[in-house]
Design a binder for this molecule. Structure first.
Ligand SMILES: Cc1ncc(COP(=O)(O)O)c(C=O)c1O
Length: 508
């Protein structure tokens, strides 16, 4: 043994009240039980360890004897002392806590269906990127992004969103939030206005903002005019969360406002690719390219974890935006950019959008049909677009849920997102249901394959109809509301939420 014995670190403290022998024993025992000393390993000789620790050899001999007696060590004459095979410690069994609330259908807004991410296409695009990327592209020399991606984005945005963008004025960044951050710092003297209700992202990022109301035509520009704001963040294609589109008249008013106050409009085009009843309305940018910063993101079309977006920046703002970029992240990963450029130029992004649009439309139809059947007193609103739908509760319901809603214990296992601040206008609770990824149980949950979640207390349609004659009447009327609204529901081809009779491969 001696010099060939392993180095062994033992925490050893002479000042501790616990005896020296007990400390050595305890440390060795725990090293063996946790696997730090593997079965068969030779421990240092008693003389060597005593020398290392500065204790008498007697103390170490007594500690080893004790561990041999307990079965942790094996001592064979002439073979030294080795570690015996003992079962590893496992964490003490924790007492089972209360079972997590079973969210069988997750309607909480925010994410697309991450299982739709086009993995094969992304793998192809990544290979293509690595094959074609020049050595110089691996540097981060241009804070605007790789020329190949900016050119591909300019083509894509022109074709799909009607944005006439010069690649020289596109800045590739980490998503909408990042783009807003860059623009907000480029306009330091500006008070920003945000939509109310609105996506919380800008509220978190802007140091000061004024809320401006939204009605059925989108942002109320007359109200905006009464504020000191000279910049505004809007979601014109599909207002978040109300789901309305900014009407043509309001678009013009908004651009006029920007000209009048020498202001800027940050266009959050977050989910414009998902319009189901017609081609998406062109981006606001086209009306005033010098006033509008057009921002796009892959957070809805691919996944928020991709962290990729872009801003089409009016030329006068470009230097200030790039100055801010230089002091923050500098540039976006060139590998990520090159892969996304390949996804765009190969046509794979278009194919993914067509496919996911079909799936989301089917889910939206199913959710609206399910609501019509099971919750006819709640009114869904908004255009046929995006990944979520706004639901206004029947009069008298003042709370849609908490900010981080949880399914009711023993309830139907549905989770939805409350609309922050919404009850003040109108004075009824509103919830935002994400239909984009709402599959009962999720794809890997066997329950999903068995069909819709069934809870006799809450999900049995017949029982509900018996309790709620209005619902029964509703079903008899073929899914239309009595007041004639909600024609979406009337048209929806689907049955109950969870059964997709359109034959798509996934449970939706
Ligand atoms: C209205 C709105 N804008 C933008 C985004 C995406 O932001 P980012 O690109 O920073 O992920 C979201 C995502 O939920 C959103 O709801």
């Amino acid at each position: 043994m001696g010099t060939s014995a392993p180095e062994l670190f033992l925490a050893f403290d002479r000042t501790r009240r616990r005896g020296l022998r007990a400390q050595i024993e305890g440390e060795l025992r725990s090293a063996i039980r946790t696997g730090r000393l593997a079965p068969g390993a030779t421990v240092p000789s008693t003389r060597a360890l005593a020398g290392d620790l500065g204790v008498t050899r007697r103390v170490v001999i007594e500690a080893y004897d004790q561990l041999v007696a307990e079965g942790y060590l094996l001592s064979r004459p002439g073979a030294g002392t080795t570690v015996n095979r003992v079962p590893p410690v496992t964490a003490p069994a924790r007492r089972p806590g209360p079972a997590p609330d079973p969210v069988r259908v997750d309607f909480r807004p925010g994410r697309p269906d991450l299982d739709l991410f086009p993995r094969a296409a992304w793998a192809r695009a990544s290979r293509e990127a690595l094959r074609t990327l020049r050595g110089a592209d691996l540097a981060d020399d241009d804070p605007r992004g790789l020329p190949v991606l900016r050119a591909a984005l300019a083509e894509h945005l022109g074709r799909v969103r009607g944005v006439g963008a010069d690649p020289e004025h596109i800045v590739v960044c980490g998503g909408f939030g990042h783009a807003l951050d860059l623009v907000a710092h480029a306009l330091p003297d500006r008070t920003f206005a945000v939509e109310d209700p609105g996506y919380p992202g800008p509220r978190r990022r802007l140091t000061g903002f004024v809320p401006v109301g939204v009605d059925g035509d989108g942002l109320v520009v007359d109200e905006l005019r009464r504020t000191p704001a000279r910049a505004v963040v809007v979601t014109p294609a599909h207002q978040s969360p109300t789901g309305v589109a900014l009407s043509p008249a309001r678009r013009n008013q908004l651009v006029e406002w920007a000209r009048d106050v020498d202001g800027h409009i940050v266009e959050d085009d977050y989910d414009a690719e998902y319009r189901y009843d017609r081609r998406p309305v062109g981006a606001l940018h086209g009306l005033a390219p010098q006033r509008v910063v057009h921002c796009g993101t892959t957070s809805k079309t691919l996944a928020s974890g991709v962290r990729l977006g872009w801003a089409v920046v009016p030329p006068p703002l470009m230097d200030a935006v790039l100055a801010r970029r230089a002091t923050t992240d500098g540039a976006t990963s060139s590998l990520l950019q090159a892969a996304f450029a390949a996804l765009l130029t190969s046509g794979d992004l278009d194919r993914h959008l067509r496919r996911s649009r079909r799936v989301y439309q089917q889910r939206r139809d199913a959710v609206l049909a399910g609501l019509g059947e099971h919750l006819p007193e709640a009114a869904p609103s908004g255009i046929a677009a995006g990944l979520s739908v706004l639901l206004t509760a029947a009069a008298g319901h003042r709370r849609a849920g908490r900010r981080r809603p949880r399914p009711a214990p023993g309830g139907a296992g549905l989770a939805a997102g409350a609309v922050p601040g919404a009850p003040r206008r109108p004075p009824r609770a509103r919830a935002r249901l994400r239909h984009g990824a709402a599959r009962p149980g999720g794809p890997r949950d066997p329950a999903a394959r068995r069909g819709p979640a069934h809870d006799p207390a809450t999900n049995d349609a017949d029982a509900r109809h018996r309790r709620n004659p209005r619902a029964a009447r509703h079903v008899l009327r073929g899914g239309r509301r009595e007041d004639g609204r909600g024609s979406q529901r009337g048209r929806a081809p689907h049955g109950r939420l969870g059964r997709c009779p359109t034959g798509c491969a996934r449970p939706c």
